[in-house]
Structure formats: C-alpha cells, structure tokens
Design a protein around this ligand. Structure first.
Ligand code: DPP
Ligand code: ZN
Length: 885
C-alpha cells in the first residue's frame, strides 16, 4: 500500500487556465478531444509536465499545434519537453469506454444515458489532466450524440449553442464562467424530462431551476424542487450567499456510488435523494431529499466557490457543508422541540458511525495525514465530526460571530483552493478576543488528532457555603499513529437543575451576578474546576447540553439524578440522553452477566410517563422510547458477544411491549391521523410513534399468541395511503415474524415491482428483521438469487448487504462463521466491479477485535481471506490491511 502524505504537498508546477472539451458520445467508445491552455508556475523548478490519466486510450498529443514526444509512467502521461513558453496549448485526443465502466467513476452509462462522477479522481478516467483540486480552469464543453437516444445534453454553466448534426445526431455547447477544479466537471446525455421553476433572488436576478428525471418520474420531483427553492432562500437569508448561476440543474441517476454530487451548476443525484412521493417514499426519505438537496446546493459556496487545496482538506468543504445542512434542516423543522429532535438524530448518527470509526483501525483526524485511496476517506469523521468541529467554533464565537467569520472567509478566499487552517483563521480573525481566537492553536487539535475524548465530570456540594464545585477532566486514548494526545478545547454547555426540576441561576465565583441558567464552560486542560456560588441545594448537573462537543461524557450521575433530568431538564437533548444512559447501563450490565436482562420498575415507569406525557411531541417520545441500538451497546462493552447483546435487548424490548401494552394502544390510537400527507416534522413524529406502537403491539402478540394486532397491522398495511404507514405496518409484521408477514411481503412486491427505490426497501426490510433461528440469514442468502437482485446497482447491493452486515448484528455474527464467509465472498464479488462500494462493505468488519470468541477468530480469518486475494483493488486493500494491522 503506497501512501499519499499531506506533508508532501507541492503547489502545481503547471496550471490549466481554460479547457475546451469535445465529446462524441457512444457507449462502447466515446471520443474526447481537449484543448488545454497551460501556464507554467514561475515559482516551480522546471520539470516535465505530468498529466493524470487512467484507463484511457491515447490517440494524439499536440503542443502549440505541433507533435510532441511523450511517455507513460506510473499511470501518468509525461511530456518531458513541453514548449518553453510561459504559456502554451496542449491538444489531446483520447477515447474511453463508458459502458464498461462499472466502477461508476468517470464517464459511465446508467440505463440508457451517460453520466459522470468526477470527485475525487474520476476526471482522469475521462481525459488526461492535472486532476487535482488546486488546478482551477474555465470549461467550455461540446457534447455530440444521437438525438433520439440522448435528447438532453447537459454540462456545467450556461448553454451557449445547440443544433443538429448529420446522421441523426445533435450537439450542445456549454460554458461555465467560474474557474473550477476538475472534480466539479459533469456531463449528462440522456432521455430525461425536467420540472422547472424560475426564482428571483434578492438582487432581482431571475434564475432557472431544473430537476431532470426519467420520463414517468416527474410526479416525484415536487419535494426536491421545493427543497431547492428553500435552500436558495435560506442561504441568502442566513449567510448572505446568493445563487451565482443563471441556471441550476439537478439530475437523478439510478446507478450512483454516493448520495449526490455538487458539480458546478449541474448536481448529479442518486435517485434516492431526488424522487419522493407520499405513495413511494417514507418521511425519512422525504427528509433525506430535503437535506441532500440542501447539502449539494450549499456546496456551491462552501466547496465550489472556495474549494480544497488538496484532498486532505476535504472536511473544509464537507464538515462545513454538513454543518450548514444541519442548521438548514433545523430551521426548516420549526420550533425548539423539533430542532432538538433533529439534533438528537444527528448525534445518533455521529455515535453510530463516527465514534466507532474513531475507535477502530480506520481512525483518522478530521484532516487526515495520509491515505492510500482518497475514496476511502469520505468518512463519518471527515463529514460528521468535521461538522461538529465547525459547530464548536460557532458555539465559541456565537451565532453572529460565526456569520461574520463566514463573511471574512469569503472575502479572503473566494475563488481559491484553501485549507482547514484558512477557514479556522477566518472565523477566529473575525472574532478577536473570543473564546475561539484566544486559543485557536489548541482548538485546531480537533483537526489534527483522531479519537473521541472522554470527559469525566464530578461535582461536590458544600451546603454550608451554598457552593457547587464542578470538576471536569479529559482524556483521549491512542489511535493509529498517534500514541499521545494533547488536550482538546471542549465547549461544555451546561446548567444546574434543582431536585424539583427548576433551572438554577449560574453564578461563577468572582462574578457579581448570575449569567443565566445555561452557559458554556471551556475545558482546555486535562483537569479544571468551576465553582458556582449561591446554590441553595445540591443540584443535578446537566452537562454537554445539545451535545456541545463530540466526546463521551462520564458524568457519574446516579439513577435518581438521571430521572430528574429525564423528567425536567430544560435541554431536550439531555432529557433524551438521560433515558438513553439509564437504558444503556442496564443493557451493558445484562450483556456482561452483571445484571438481569430486564428493566427495573422505576425506569419502566419513567418511560411510561414520557409515553403518556400530555405536552411532549410524538417525535421526541419515539426517540426516548427507543432502546440504544445493538451497535451502540457493543461500543460500550469491552468484549462483545453479538448474540448476547441481541438477546438482552430483545428481552427488554419484549418487556416494554408487555408492560406498556395499554400505553402503546393509547399511543397508537391517539396519534393515528387522517390528515392529508405532508412531510412535516409534526406529522412525521406522529407516524413514527404510531409505527413504533404497532411494532410493540405485534411483538407482544408474537408472545401472547393474540392475533388481533397482526390482523390490524395487515389491514393497515393494505389500506395505507402513504409509504410511511405502509412500510411501518409491514415492518411490524416482518419484525415480529407474524404469519401475515409472508402474504404482506408478496403483496408489497407485486405492488411495487417496477419501482426500484421501493424494491430496495423490500430487500432491506427482510435483511433487517430480528434474527430467529437463522431464518433471516437464510433469507438474505436466498434473496441474493432473486431475479430483482443485482450487485451492480449500488442502492440494491446496499439494501440487502449493508442491511444485514451493518444493521443486523445478530443475523450476521453467527457462531458458525457463515455470516463472515458470506461477507468475504460479496466483498470480492463487488470489488471486481466497483471497488468503492466493495471498500465500504469491507469496513463493516472494522470492529472485529472487540468480538468475543468464536466470532473474533472467524472474523480475522475472513478478513485475511479477502486480504490474500491477489488482484484486490487498492480501495479494499487499504481497508483490510488496516483492519489486520
Ligand atoms: N457527493 C459528496 C457530497 O456532497 C461528495 N462531495 O458530500
Ligand atoms: Zn458534501
């Protein structure tokens, strides 16, 4: 494995100022001609011109119109003696084969169209180029193709010319006035239709928004368009960032490795994040469309106008853009409670994906120091922890301070390719004297050091002096290549809650008066103390409110204290967190044989109180009533027996189904709505709680043998007027292994066999059912041979394989190792077609070292079998090598 290192960065020796590209599109052989205006970098030593190129057939190279000698070396096209002038033109002709491109990187065919994906290094699979983000050029692109097959021809920027060509062909010429790195190039040639909308931005300029989909999908584009309009409006209002293009296009494609891609003016999206109708998409899908549309749109400024100097800086655009889309989603959600629900969901996601990553063999800093394959670093750390780092900056400088910092960032760097340091510097410089600026260097350790710190909090109350002393300590264990960590700068938002639930005024020693009931302490040393004065009685500390930093918190609270927070904390996040911690401690104890596989009566009563609470939102109740996932429990155990974790969690779930039976019935009846479907947080919360109640009621029937609730679930499944209800009812049947699950599954398949995204749900649902006597695993193996299954389509592959291996530990981690054998075979099958996807699947074994025997030994053997395959891709090789290291 050869590594690319951040410290080896050198500015490019040549720059490309403009590109004229011409494509003759044919699936088997596409001809590409490119004319590059190249300049020498006067600061760089004279050297050969080296262009990236991968899997291309080179037909011709001319420099300043004359032939020039060249050679191939290390996958690059090397011109030893380019013209000596300061600037010159290079003309290249080459071909590539889109229909054989199963990697879905570069130019490929999907269905009957052509699409591109160039981030991170796909452009070199289209033509020879300086394929690095700090080389920014102005593109003019001509597309030529058969008119009947490919009536729509798109590229970045503005359409400048189009017309007919002989032989039934036509052409379109596009010009993008904004210099951009090659990873933002895109083209589409396909038979598509568009939903269009014009909007006027604050400056009075009119812009055309278009969402392109296949014929027949147009009725599923309204939500994407609404989300796009809302994103444009929000970015202008919140950050004063206007739409800078006359035309902004979104194109949906069925075969796509990622969620979506922010190509300048021509976003290309996985259909999953464009298409949504009430009949075919769930509330979660609607929300996913809104957030991904926003994310890609926001990249237009944070990513495209200001881009990354090199790929180590990926979080510069991704962390910041995730932060922005999270803020957007919160603002779109409405009131404080809905915002808190969003925050809880984001934190759950962070803990489910990023915390394990940070504790495993792929742990890396938000700004990595090295990589073998950059595609492996589009990670939860770069995205989600990166967003938390931006959020902490915003916490330390305040909302307005952060907006000022963003303005300074654009003032300084618009049009440039910059680093994470440049971003942090701008935020700090716009806020001199702020809690961030005075410790910027220490704060930036969040970019440099991997690992999740643990904050330990202990408080003592001095009744005589009415004083509460809070001691916070931090520690972060070693991660690969980083045996020792310097202290992090950790904003700890907190409050003190009285036993009666009221919020106490917070007056630190030395202060004249209290500074509110919630404030942010900055922990920057290994240990610090804060003394609060005028505290009338022993308080319960509510720490890390809103999850103000990506850390593990050991607050040492008693059950009774957690119950106080669960019932009364003014911070909704910590109310939820208290319930999670109460449940987690019981799950962990039971999984280690240190406690019963049952919840104690006070906790059951506390959960009942939440479920019956007259004022709490349904969405919040649903989150509180969910027990921590098996994966989350596993992360908190020193050694993991996945079967045991499953057993104890299922036992507690069954207990909640039984002991809250009447409450579930009430929740079901009270929240079932007949309102016309709208993907609002309020409605979605009710549907989620109703679905949960139905699951619990079916689960209880499975044990009691009472057929009423499965019958009602089946009826509801048949009568459902939207996919959220239909899928919820189907899940309740499948997950409780009800007899009616089979007829419901066949009916569902029959209804939706022509809708790929819905079929994905059908596969996923079956792969995620709680394991029962090996039936679920056997079913997944059978589904692999289903006529509708294919490993070629990433969504379909993920629906079955990721559902089993990532989200169904008990079905996957089998004592007979069959799950691991299955995993290894699929990683190798997929690797032969699509290394990026295979590498993602490979990562599900990251935490194998935590497993108990016999799982651990069998897992190692399966990983070693993959690693021993001689023609493995670099992508998968990096993952398995690190896993075994
Ligand atoms: N498509 C990915 C994203 O938007 C990569 N940029 O995050
Ligand atoms: Zn992104």
């Amino acid at each position: 494995v050869t590594l690319v290192r951040r410290e080896d960065y050198l500015a490019p020796a040549y720059r490309i100022r403009s590109v004229e590209l011409c494509f003759d599109l044919e699936p088997a052989k596409t001809l590409v001609s490119s004319k590059l205006a190249i300049e020498r970098n006067p600061q760089a030593a004279p050297q050969p011109l080296r262009l990236h190129g991968e899997g291309l057939t080179l037909l011709r190279v001319l420099a300043n119109g004359e032939s020039v000698s060249f050679r191939h070396e290390d996958g690059q096209l090397v011109i030893d003696h380019p013209p000596a002038d300061e600037s010159f033109t290079l003309e290249i002709r080459n071909s590539c084969c889109p229909e054989k491109n199963t990697e879905l990187s570069g130019l490929y065919t999907s269905g009957s169209g052509f699409f591109t994906q160039c981030e991170a290094e796909g452009f070199r699979r289209i033509t020879y180029f300086l394929d690095r983000p700090d080389v920014m050029a102005v593109y003019t692109v001509t597309l030529r193709a058969d008119k009947a097959k490919y009536p729509v021809l798109l590229s970045n920027g503005n359409l400048v010319e189009q017309g007919e060509l002989p032989g039934g062909r036509h052409f379109a010429k596009w010009h993008d006035p904004f210099p951009k790195p090659s990873y933002l190039f895109a083209l589409v040639a396909a038979d598509l239709v568009a939903r269009e909308q014009k909007i006027r931005t604050r400056s009075g300029k009119e812009h055309l928004l278009q969402v392109f989909v296949r014929r027949g999908d147009l009725d599923k584009t309204e939500h994407a368009m609404n989300s796009l309009v809302a994103s444009v409006v929000w970015d202008e209002a919140r950050f004063k960032l206007p739409l800078d293009l006359e035309r902004f296009m979104i194109v949906a494609v069925e075969d796509f490795n990622m969620g979506a891609m922010e190509n300048k003016g021509l976003n290309i999206f996985n259909t999953k994040f464009v298409l949504a109708s009430p009949a075919t998409a769930t509330d979660v899908d609607f929300f996913g469309v809104e957030s991904v549309v926003a994310h890609e749109y926001f990249h237009n400024w944070t990513g495209n106008r200001i881009t990354c100097r090199d790929w180590f800086q990926l979080s510069l655009k991704e962390g910041l853009t995730v932060y922005r889309d999270q803020e957007f989603s919160m603002d779109m959600s409405g009131g404080a409670s809905a915002r808190a629900v969003r925050r809880i969901e984001d934190v759950r996601q962070l803990r489910a994906a990023q915390f394990p990553e940070d504790a495993g063999p792929m742990a890396h800093p938000v700004r990595p120091d090295s990589y073998a394959e950059i595609n492996n670093f589009y990670t939860a750390t770069v995205y989600d922890k990166g967003a938390e780092v931006v959020r902490m900056m915003a916490t330390l400088v305040g909302r307005e301070g952060f907006a000022n910092g963003m303005s300074l960032y654009f003032e300084r760097h618009d049009g440039q390719a910059v680093t994470c340091d440049d971003f942090a510097q701008a935020i700090a410089d716009a806020n001199p004297g702020s809690a961030l600026s005075v410790r910027l260097d220490a704060f930036k350790r969040w970019y440099a050091q991997a690992g999740t710190p643990t904050v330990t909090a202990r408080g003592t109350y001095d009744a005589e002096n009415r004083r509460y002393t809070l001691t916070l300590e931090q520690f972060c264990g070693p991660s690969p290549g980083q045996p020792f960590k310097f202290p992090f700068v950790i904003p700890v938002a907190m409050g003190l809650v009285a036993q009666d639930g009221s919020s106490l005024p917070l007056q630190l020693a030395g202060e004249e008066a209290p500074g509110g009931t919630s404030r942010v302490l900055v922990l920057e040393h290994p240990q610090q103390q804060w003394v609060f004065e005028n505290v009338d009685a022993a308080p319960v500390p509510s720490l890390l409110r809103g999850f103000s930093a990506p850390v593990n918190l050991d607050d040492g609270l008693s059950d009774a204290e957690r119950m106080v927070l669960l019932a009364h904390d003014s911070d909704a996040f910590n109310r939820w967190e208290s319930a999670q911690k109460l449940a987690l401690s019981r799950l962990c104890a039971a999984a280690q044989g240190l406690g019963p596989a049952a919840l104690d009566a006070p906790l059951v009563e506390a959960l009942r109180a939440v479920l019956r609470h007259p004022a709490l939102d349904a969405s919040f109740k649903e989150l509180v009533l969910q027990l921590p996932s098996e994966g989350y429990v596993a992360e908190h155990l020193p050694v993991v027996d996945p079967q045991r974790v499953h057993e104890v969690r299922e036992a507690m779930r069954a207990q909640l189904a039984e002991q809250l039976h009447a409450d579930w019935i009430e929740a079901f009846e009270r929240n079932a709505t007949n309102e016309a479907y709208a993907p609002t947080v309020a409605q979605a919360g009710k549907r989620a709680l109703v679905n949960m109640a139905l699951s619990m009621l079916c689960l209880q029937s499975q044990r009691s043998g009472d057929p009423v609730w499965p019958g009602r679930a089946y009826q509801r499944f048949k009568d459902a007027t939207n996919m959220t209800e239909r899928l919820g009812a189907l899940s309740a049947l499948v997950e409780s292994h009800a007899g009616l699950a089979e007829p419901a599954l066949s009916r569902f398949h029959e209804l939706f066999k022509d809708d790929a995204l819905v079929l994905d749900k059908w596969f996923a649902l079956q792969a995620r059912a709680p394991e029962l006597d090996g039936r679920v695993f056997a079913r997944v193996k059978a589904l692999l041979k289903h006529p509708d299954f294919s490993l070629r389509n990433p969504n379909r592959a993920r629906s079955l394989l990721f559902s089993l291996t990532m989200f169904n530990p008990a079905a996957f981690h089998r004592a007979d190792a069959a799950g691991y054998v299955f995993w290894a075979d699929r990683v190798m099958d997929i690797d032969a077609m699509n290394p990026q996807l295979a590498a993602r699947l490979a990562r599900v074994m990251d935490r194998w070292r935590k497993l108990a025997e016999p799982y651990r030994g069998a897992a190692r053997e399966a990983i070693a079998r993959v690693a021993a395959k001689p023609d493995l891709s670099g992508d998968v090789r990096e993952i398995v090598t690190r896993a075994l290291a």
